[in-house]
Design a protein around this ligand. Structure first.
Ligand SMILES: Cc1cc2nc3c(=O)[nH]c(=O)nc-3n(C[C@H](O)[C@H](O)[C@H](O)COP(=O)(O)O)c2cc1C
Length: 486
């Protein structure tokens, strides 16, 4: 292996499988392909030569270095090279550019292209043309020809894969239909001349961005390979990343989609090869998307997160409604409202736990695992998470257990009536604060949708707690005053 710089990539499958179940080995390998393409581009741009070993069996000593986990995925070695690129390329080394008149193609450096890469799920309502798509594929394939000299290093090994294009009504001079893409020339031939975009969206678990894109590409292993091998999946990841970079250079936006019904895609592309990605692509305003937050797609996971957030705020509102001051203000005498809030909170927490822990089972309809999902929510979190993730998960479980303790202690049971009311109130308040505190730590450490609104969310919860505390103190004083008057 060449040196002197070595890079070792490893994976810990359980971190992915908690979300994606049996799909995770495939997702990890795809993700590695994305990394490999970036390494290849960066080393090319810096005139380094890169050698990669992508099969652990090639390096029998890895077990001695790392043990069983994390699993070794690939080893890359870099070394300075002086003969790889011709002098002409060296001058522009580090630039991804196209030397022709296509003004819509950007001239970004490799670093800029990598930095600007991001998934896009909202596309402009603007038609694109056949010639733009042809340029797109040529750039993707790194094809040099006489007039159009594309400076974008070529593909290593895309002969392992099939590419199929789905076109609807949004391309001016290509008829709606399904097209096979020739992976050496970038040209396409018709496979089916009816618009299959909606069928593709259905096969892609109804992800709306498939329907709203201008066109979509599927990547699958060759027909003869019913189950894609590791190299093909890696190459699909490489291709996925390459499509991202091509989009960055051509004012297009895309997202790779790995969640779909394999058999439905196979029948749409009329192939028995294993489908690996659906890639919806559409026009974007590059300068805007580079610096603006993408709108949050409402996915199943978003719903799970929102359910959790609702539970937290309902929890605070319930606490505020339970103070004497508010009870007097609204003439609340019975406990009914309190029980109503409590049941709503339990409802939202159950949704939150089901969706976020059972995400994969819900998507694939494997409902037989529902019991396992519920159990998982109460057991200690898997230890192979990153530390922050595990601590966050630990506090989520703490909040669950403490809530159960709170419900049990406050139940109107005969045995509990013997306990002094003062002691019960104190326990109640301590548990309440522990629960809210645990939820805060949990949402701080495990949030993903919240990343963008984390500060706002945490501030709102703290303000809510402050309001509760003030009203609570005020109620206490009033009760004391009343007692002293009596
Ligand atoms: C293997 C794989 C599968 C993915 N599947 C989906 C998917 O089914 N739907 C989707 O909207 N995004 C999907 N994505 C895109 C990720 O959500 C996205 O890459 C991630 O949130 C990081 O954002 P970024 O690409 O903007 O850096 C997938 C990404 C990978 C690597």
């Amino acid at each position: 292996l060449i040196g002197p710089i070595w890079l070792i990539a490893t994976s810990t499958e359980s971190r992915t499988s908690i979300r994606y179940g049996s799909r995770s080995p495939q997702y990890i390998t795809l993700e590695l392909g994305h990394v490999l393409e970036n390494l290849r581009l960066t080393s090319w741009g810096r005139d380094l030569s890169l050698q990669t070993f992508v099969s652990p069996s090639e390096t029998p000593d890895w077990l001695e270095i790392l043990g069983e986990e994390p699993k070794l995925e690939f080893i890359a070695g870099f070394t300075k090279s002086s003969n790889l690129l011709s002098d002409k390329y060296k001058l522009t080394s580090g630039k991804l550019s196209i030397l022709d008149n296509d003004s819509f193609i950007h001239d970004y450096s490799i670093e800029e292209t990598i930095r600007l890469r991001s998934s896009v799920r909202d596309y402009l309502d603007k038609n694109i043309t056949k010639s733009e798509i042809e340029t797109f594929f040529r750039l993707f394939l790194g094809i040099n020809n006489k007039n159009r000299q594309v400076i974008f290093p070529g593909f290593s090994n895309n002969s392992l894969l099939d590419y199929t294009m789905f076109v609807g009504e949004k391309i001016t001079d290509i008829n709606p239909g399904v097209y096979n893409i020739n992976s050496s020339t970038g040209s396409f031939v018709s496979l089916e001349n009816t618009d299959k975009i909606l069928d593709l969206q259905q096969a892609g678990l109804d992800q709306q961005w498939i329907g709203s894109a201008s066109f979509s590409i599927t990547i699958s292993s060759k027909n003869i390979q019913l189950t894609a091998d590791r190299l093909s999946i890696l190459e699909a990841g490489v291709a996925g990343q390459r499509f991202y970079h091509t989009c960055t250079l051509t004012n297009l936006g895309m997202v790779v989609i790995g969640a779909f019904y394999d058999n439905q895609i196979q029948s749409l592309i009329q192939s028995t090869g294993q489908p690996l990605y659906i890639i919806p692509i559409g026009p974007v305003e590059r300068s805007i998307i580079a610096f603006q937050l993408e709108s949050i797609p409402i996915t199943l996971r978003t719903i799970g997160n929102i359910a959790g957030i609702l539970a937290v705020f309902l929890f605070l509102i319930m606490a505020i409604f339970h103070t004497n001051a508010v009870k007097t203000l609204f003439h609340i005498k019975s406990q009914k409202i309190h029980y109503f809030f409590a049941s709503m909170i339990i409802f939202f927490v159950v949704i939150h736990v089901f969706i976020l822990i059972g995400y994969y089972s819900i998507r694939t309809g494997e409902f037989s695992q529902i019991f396992d999902i519920l159990i998982k929510a109460f057991l200690p979190p898997p230890l192979d998470f990153e530390l922050a993730e595990s601590v966050g998960q630990f506090f989520a479980r703490m909040a669950l257990w403490m809530s159960i303790a709170l419900i049990l202690i406050m139940l109107p049971l005969k045995v509990l009536e013997r306990i002094k009311p003062k002691f019960r109130t104190l326990t109640h308040n301590i548990l309440f604060i522990v629960i809210i505190g645990s939820i805060l730590v949990h949402s701080f450490l495990n949030s993903n949708i919240l990343n963008r609104f984390q500060e706002e969310y945490i501030s709102l919860v703290i303000i809510g707690m402050g309001i509760w505390y003030l009203i609570h103190q005020y109620s206490k004083k009033q009760t004391e005053n009343k007692k002293s008057i009596d």
